[in-house]
Ligand binder design. Structure first.
Ligand code: NAP
Length: 258
């Protein structure tokens, strides 16, 4: 399979960035897409682009009870899901090592518990597909410890472990688990970044790489390679990262200031 066609696909975080580009691309390729996020207006606008192929399911992935209700509405829309792509996510940096747990919880609610909630509601419908796929969007930032990314990177690293554990639990079953780890993508999420973002891709380029990886049956979908290979190298030789690279990019110069 080189392209994904004629599938029923639930995409969270579909109102913007990578999720939106994926929803449009997959709808164009004759898939039936159920698009989720919290923002009704942006979802309605997305649906207008392909009214026959996109349905909207408004939900906050971090809201446990709200997601149970969304799961019930999802089951009214379809009795089967072939694929789920969990793209909903957020980023908050810990600028001065404030260690503000409220911020960490917001990030984990969307990036980690949001995926747990999504899988819980999707599983009964994935079970009705012959070749179900569950994919979730982590980040290359979780490959090595990144300055200021204590909350964001930790939520994505936790997600990686969660996906591995689900894969282990389902290793004798037909559920395919995919971990998508993008580098820098030009979306509203990165618009507020005030540092250089090497090898940045557009959301459409990211959607192409995600689709290609899913169609090929990859378990880990890292891109772009120009960024993932050096990061994986430093993830292996961690000492080099912490001795030579991290000191150049951290903004913390004293333990007393914050
Ligand atoms: N952009 C990058 O460079 C980059 C790199 C690595 C990984 N990623 C990951 O890729 C995913 C998509 O990011 P993006 O860059 O496309 O960001 P984006 O343009 O900001 O889109 C985020 C999407 O998630 C939705 N969302 C956020 N919190 C939600 C919640 N609690 N419940 C439901 N929907 C929620 C947003 O819609 P509403 O606000 O309307 O709910 C929006 O549709 C994220 O998981 C992000 O961490 C991005």
């Amino acid at each position: 399979m080189t392209t994904i066609r004629d599938k029923t696909i639930w995409i969270t975080g579909a109102s913007s960035g990578i999720g939106r580009a994926l929803a449009l691309k997959l709808a164009e390729q004759h898939n039936f897409v159920i698009a989720s996020s919290r923002g009704r207006e942006a979802l309605a606008e997305l649906q207008r682009a392909s009214p026959q192929r996109i349905r909207i399911l408004e939900c906050d992935v971090g809201d446990d009870a709200g997601m149970s209700a969304a799961g019930a509405r999802l089951a009214e829309m379809t009795d089967q899901l072939d694929m789920v792509i969990a793209c909903a996510g957020t980023c908050e940096y810990d600028d001065d090592l404030k260690l503000d747990t409220a911020s960490y919880r917001r990030v984990f609610d969307a990036n980690f518990f949001g995926v747990v909630n999504t899988l819980r509601e999707a599983l009964p419908l994935l079970a009705n597909s012959r070749a179900p796929i569950f994919a979730a969007t982590g980040s290359l930032s979780s490959v090595v410890g990144m300055p200021r990314a204590e909350a964001y990177g930790a939520s994505k690293a936790a997600l990686g472990y969660f996906l591995d554990a689900v894969r282990a639990d389902c290793s004798h079953l037909r559920l395919h688990i995919a971990h998508i780890r993008p580098g820098f993508i030009d979306t509203p999420l990165t618009e507020r970044n005030d540092f250089s973002m090497p090898f940045m891709l557009t959301a459409e380029q990211a959607a192409e790489r995600v689709e290609r990886g899913l169609a090929r049956g990859q378990h880990i979908i890292d891109f772009p390679r120009r960024l993932s290979w050096p990061l994986r190298f430093f993830g292996f030789f961690r000492l080099l990262w912490f001795r030579y690279c991290a000191p150049r990019i951290t903004r913390i110069h004293s333990l007393r200031k914050h």
